[in-house]
Design a protein around this ligand. Sequence first.
Ligand code: NDP
Ligand code: HEM
Length: 496
Amino acid sequence: MTNSTHGPVLTTTAGAPVSDNQNSVTAGARGPILLQDYQLIEKLAHQNRERIPERVVHAKGWGAFGTLTITSDVVRGYTNAKLFDAIGKKTDLLVRFSTVAGEQGAADAERDVRGFAMKFYTEDGNWDLVGNNTPVFFIRDPYKFPDFIRTQKRHPRSNLRSNTAMWDFWSLSPESLHQVTILMSDRGLPVAPMYMNGYGSHTYSLWNDAGERVWVKFHFKTLQGHRHLTNAEASEVVGRSRESYQEALFGAIEDGCFPKWTMFVQVMTQERAKNTWFNPFDLTKVWPHADFPLIEVGEVELNRNPDNYFAEVEQAAFSPSNIVRGISFSPDKVLQARIFAYGDAHRHRIGTHYEALPVNAPKCPVRHYHKDGAMRFFHNDTGNSDAYYEPNSYAGPVEVRRYQEPPLDLEGAAARYDHRDGNDDYRQPAALFALFDEGQRERLFSNVAAAMQGVPQSIVERQLAHFTKCDPAYGAGVAAALDRVKTAPRTSQAAE
Ligand code: NDP
Ligand code: HEM
C-alpha cells in the first residue's frame, strides 16, 4: 500500500531509506515474522524505552520559554549578577509549572501547591530559581520531607490518596499551618498558571563587588490577576478536560497572549536578620511587606511554546544548586538539602549528562574536566585534548578568584536542634486569615471540611485545636463546616 501524502523519505535511525512502513517481513502472506525484520524490531524496542522515570514529586507540568527584562536598577546595588546589570537587559528563560502530588497523568485542576520553576540562561551560566506559587512551605526541616511526601502520595495498601495521612502529619507538624491555610484558601486552586504568583520561597542572598551580602526573597506577581476555581468548579473542569492548564498556557502563547509577571525582591541586611521576631531562614515564614517592602526588578514574559514537550519540558532539569555570581544561598535548612537533592534526582531520572541536553545546556561557554559516562554525546571538553586533568601545563581552563563569593559567618555547635522550639507557628497564618473577607473564609472552611472527610475524629480535633489557636473564628468556622457535611456520603478521595 502506498501513502497518498508526499513527504521526505522516511529513514531508519541509522539513516537508511525505509521501503515499507506498513507491512512486516513474514514467511508467506500468512506466515510468522522473520527476526531479520530489524525495522520492526527497532520500532518496538524504541517504544519500550520511550518513558523515563517521572519526577518523584511535581510529575505533572506545563512549560514555556520567555524573557526577563530588567526595569529597575535598584537591585544592582546589591549584586553583581550580570542578568541585573542594566535597565532593559533581557535574559532568556524557561518556566515549568507543576502540581506536587499527582502523577504524570493527574488532572490539572486539582487542589495542590503549584511548582513555579525558572531557569535563567545568563551569560555567567544558568540560574535556577525553583519555587512554588506560595511564599512558604509545609516543613522547615528537610529531614521531614520524605515523610511529608509519603502523606501526599498513595496509601501502600489501598493505593488511594489518604486524607487521614495528610491531616495526621499536618496536625502533628504545626509548622505546616501557614502553608495548609494557603492551600485550602482560594489560592490553592488557580484557574491556570498565568493566574498565580510565583515565589522563590527560600531566603537567598545577593552579593556585590564590595563583598557585601544581603538576604533576599524573590517574588513574581501575576499581571493577569489572580483567578481561582472553587472545588465545585474544578470538578466540572476536570469532567470536561484533565489538561486545562496545558490547554490554557499553550493556547494563550499560540494566540500571542503572552503571560507576564512583575519580579520583585525583598531585602534584609545581615544585621537586621539578627533582630527579627521570626527566624528569617525559616521556610514557613514570610517577611512582612510593611517591614521589608517589595523592590521592583523586572518583568517576566512567556512567549514561546516548546517545540517538543518531552525534550524541552519533561527533560528540563532545575536545581536550586544552580546559582551564578552575585546570587547565593542562605542557612535555610530546607534549601541546603535541596542543593543536594535535585542533581541527584536528575542523574537518576535523566542520566549523567543531563546538563548537556539542549534545554538544560547553558547559553555560555561550558568547560570542565568531567569525563565520559553513558550518553556522552557532546564535545565541549576543555578546548585542548592534552588538558584533560587540572592543574596542567597545556592552557586548560583555570579557576578565577573574582567569582568567589564573600565568606558566610556561621555560629553554633553541631547538634540536632529542635526546630519546633521557640517558633510561633500561628502568628503569620493568623495575619493571612485576617486578610480574608467573609466569602474567602467560608470557602476556606468548606475546603478544609471537604478534605477532612473520612479522617478519624481524634486527628480532626488535633487539627481544629491548631486552627483555633491561630484564630478562634478559624477553628469555629471549620467545625461548623464539618457539621454541615457530616451526613454526606464518603468520597473515593476519603476512602482509606
Ligand atoms: P500584606 O498585606 O502587605 O501582604 C499580603 C500578601 O498576601 C500580598 O502579597 C497578597 O498577594 C497576599 N494575599 C492576599 N490574599 C491572599 C490569599 N488568599 N492567599 C495567599 N496570599 C494572599 O501583609 P504581610 O506582608 O504582613 O503578610 C500577611 C500575610 O500575607 C502573611 O502572613 C502571608 O500569609 C501572606 N503573604 C505574605 C507575603 C509576603 O511576602 N509578605 C506574600 C504572600 C502572602 P498579592 O499582592 O499578590 O495579592
Ligand atoms: C521537584 C526534592 C522542597 C519546589 C523536586 C524533585 C525532587 C525534589 C527530588 C524532582 C526533581 C526532578 O526529578 O526533576 C525536594 C526536597 C525538598 C523539596 C528534598 C525539601 C527537603 C521543595 C520546596 C519547593 C520545591 C521547598 C519550593 C519552594 C519544587 C519544584 C519542583 C520540584 C517546583 C519541580 C521542578 C520542575 O519543574 O522540574 N523536588 N524538594 N521543592 N520541587 Fe522540590
